[in-house]
Design a protein around this ligand. Structure first.
Ligand code: SF4
Ligand code: SF4
Length: 241
């Protein structure tokens, strides 16, 4: 992976939204999620590239790392960086993939074909395009998707990144389905004003306590996805006994 590669070119788009995506996803209804930093997830393969590129000043070490094991011993390591730079990360080229691809992520097939796109952070899953705080989504979605489609070609030849995007998509869908089961929708525009606080409280708890992901169905979907990618590309995650 070329860690300095740019995927979305939108010069000075931050002037149109007060830098929403780097500002901390403030939500007055959240009681536990603090907005003074953003937690950025990096799977191990990306984290190693990030370190090799020299990291971001002041963000040289992950705040937290987690290890998950699949049934066959394949090991997934997820690192979390905490960013409080409010858009001024330096060197900017070293920002994590989730920032470089913002505001969308690709929905991909196991062979790396792009099937569509979904909103790129769990905080944005509940907006329709017209209520989304990101100007690129509201005004330039098609152009942004086309740019990403062209620029992701190399990355989607690597089963690790195919798997990462598929896992991200599964995580998003499980969270959306969890909220939809409770409110009949996961789109904030469709929630009655007197239910808003309850809605965001449920979203926050689903994220913080991982209620949407601590399920057999989620684990099953991850296993199934790994197998589908490995069937085409061969084993790609390290296997621990
Ligand atoms: S990507 Fe979107 S949210 Fe982020 S600075 Fe640009 S317009 Fe704003
Ligand atoms: S690393 Fe840079 S682009 Fe990413 S959230 Fe932090 S300030 Fe924004």
């Amino acid at each position: 992976m070329d860690y300095e590669k740019e995927y979305i070119y939108a010069p000075k788009c931050y002037e149109s939204c007060a830098g929403y995506c780097c500002a901390g996803f403030t939500n007055p209804n959240f009681k536990l999620i603090r907005s003074n930093f953003i937690a950025l997830p990096l799977f191990d393969i990306e984290y190693q590239e990030y370190l090799k590129a020299g990291a971001i000043n002041g963000m040289e070490v992950a705040k937290k790392s987690e290890k998950f094991k699949l049934k066959g011993g394949q090991t997934i390591i997820l690192h979390w960086l905490h960013c409080d730079k409010k858009g001024l990360c330096n060197p900017h080229a070293n920002r994590p993939l989730v920032c470089k691809l913002y505001p969308i992520l690709p929905k991909v097939s196991p062979n790396g074909e792009i099937l569509g796109f979904f909103n790129g952070t769990i905080f944005d899953l509940f907006f329709s395009d017209k209520s989304h705080p990101c100007t690129l989504i509201r005004e330039n979605r098609q152009e942004t998707q086309d740019m990403l489609k062209a620029n992701l070609k190399d990355l989607l030849k690597d089963p690790n990144y195919i798997f990462i995007f598929m896992v991200a998509n599964i995580a998003v869908e499980h969270l959306q389905n969890y909220i939809k089961a409770k409110f009949g929708t996961y789109i904030i525009d469709n929630i009655a004003p007197n239910k808003l606080a309850e809605f965001w409280n449920e979203v926050e708890m689903a994220m913080v306590l991982r209620r949407a992901w601590n399920t057999h169905e989620f684990a099953f979907d991850i296993e199934k996805t790994y197998k589908s990618v490995a069937q085409i590309w061969g084993e790609f995650l390290p296997i621990e006994p």
